[in-house]
Design a protein around this ligand. Structure first.
Ligand SMILES: Cc1cc2nc3c(=O)[nH]c(=O)nc-3n(C[C@H](O)[C@H](O)[C@H](O)COP(=O)(O)OP(=O)(O)OC[C@H]3O[C@@H](n4cnc5c(N)ncnc54)[C@H](O)[C@@H]3O)c2cc1C
Length: 307
């Protein structure tokens, strides 16, 4: 628990972030979880994942932009991704963060950015997933996704994320399902206080299983995002018991994590989508992955020594 807190604190450290993102060693180490820094590298990784039988969601790494021009530039990268996905026939959609779209600078501008991208995705038959960030942004994120989803032509082309560790999530799921919005269910990657979030793994897991059952029974296409074999088994068991079609939902996992499990699920005929992050601003994402499994530090260190 101490290590998790430490890594989450480090993920917010500006000096360390600047140093790491600019160093050769930093880039080398991060390549375990990050598919490179350019759109081209992301497309190459997406093609490789597709060849292994899984679909992809591509994330241009970056969060908390401090200038409107930065947000605009990021929107441009997502338009480029959506164009290339359609032109190259890649089985992929995109994932983005609202603070990257300028949410903390100008909320209506962020909404306009997302709306423009969802419009693009609906034209090309794709989909925009709005990732969920820390709890300061939860309500605004849900409100924005619902508003953009309600715009003409957008239904089914934008989705939300629900974090099982938040005590409020049952209510949020109910609200999103009332609009038949597609949801990615995950455990949650940030440090949240006990007043609003379950702290014990057993409590988070119980919440995850309960929410998973609600989602699978809803008849809307959702993503069950976890590497936890227990959560995956519970999902498969529930789907089989309730005779829920294999095409009616998908598992989602992160690039570079439990590739063996990704391949096993594909081989067993389940749908799997891999989250492929890329970009210069990889540091906070990378540190959250270490927070989830501090043993990764040893794994990475061994790889560097071996190289
Ligand atoms: C596709 C996808 C999208 C996500 N989007 C969001 C989001 O929008 N917002 C958000 O807050 N969180 C997001 N997350 C992160 C999520 O909230 C968890 O922090 C993360 O998935 C770890 O939880 P877990 O369910 O895998 O289970 P855990 O209980 O953390 O881990 C179970 C097992 O999975 C393996 N494992 C888990 N993490 C790692 C790791 N980093 N390295 C190696 N092995 C690991 C280990 O074997 C571990 O024992 C996303 C996760 C996925 C898979």
């Amino acid at each position: 628990m101490i290590s998790r807190t430490l890594f989450i604190k480090l993920s917010e450290h500006k000096g360390l972030r600047r140093f790491s993102e600019q160093s050769w060693l930093g880039r080398r180490v991060s390549s375990r979880f990050v598919a490179g820094t350019t759109v081209e590298e992301a497309m190459t990784s997406a093609r490789q994942v597709n060849a292994r039988g899984a679909s992809v969601t591509i994330d241009n790494l970056g969060e908390n932009v401090t200038r409107e021009e930065e947000a605009r530039a990021c929107v441009g990268v997502y338009h480029d991704l959506l164009d290339r996905i359609a032109q190259q026939g890649i089985d992929a959609n995109v994932s983005l963060k609202l603070t990257q779209m300028g949410l903390d600078l100008n909320e209506s501008l962020a909404r306009a950015h997302v709306s423009e991208l969802v419009e693009h995705a609906s034209r090309t038959g794709s989909f925009v997933r709005v990732d969920m960030e820390g709890s300061l942004h939860t309500q605004r994120t849900i409100d924005l996704v619902r508003a953009v989803h309600a715009e003409p032509g957008h239904s089914g082309h934008v989705g939300a994320v629900i974090q099982a560790y938040l005590r409020r999530s049952d209510r949020d799921v109910e609200d999103l399902l009332s609009d038949r919005i597609r949801i990615r269910l995950c455990k949650g990657a940030y440090k949240e206080p006990a007043s609003i979030a379950w702290q014990a793994k057993s409590e988070v897991d119980a919440s995850f299983e309960r929410l998973m059952r609600t989602l699978l029974a809803s008849g809307v296409y959702h993503g069950i995002a976890t590497h936890d074999p227990k959560m995956i088994e519970a999902t498969i068991r529930f789907a089989k018991d309730k005779r829920i079609d294999r095409e009616a939902f998908e598992f989602q996992m992160l690039y570079g994590i439990r590739r063996d499990l990704q391949e096993q699920l594909v081989a067993e005929g389940w749908r799997v989508r891999v989250y492929v992050p890329f970009g210069e601003a990889w540091y906070p994402y990378f540190m959250r992955r270490l927070a989830e499994r501090p043993a990764n530090v040893l794994f990475l260190a061994k790889n560097i020594v071996r190289a």
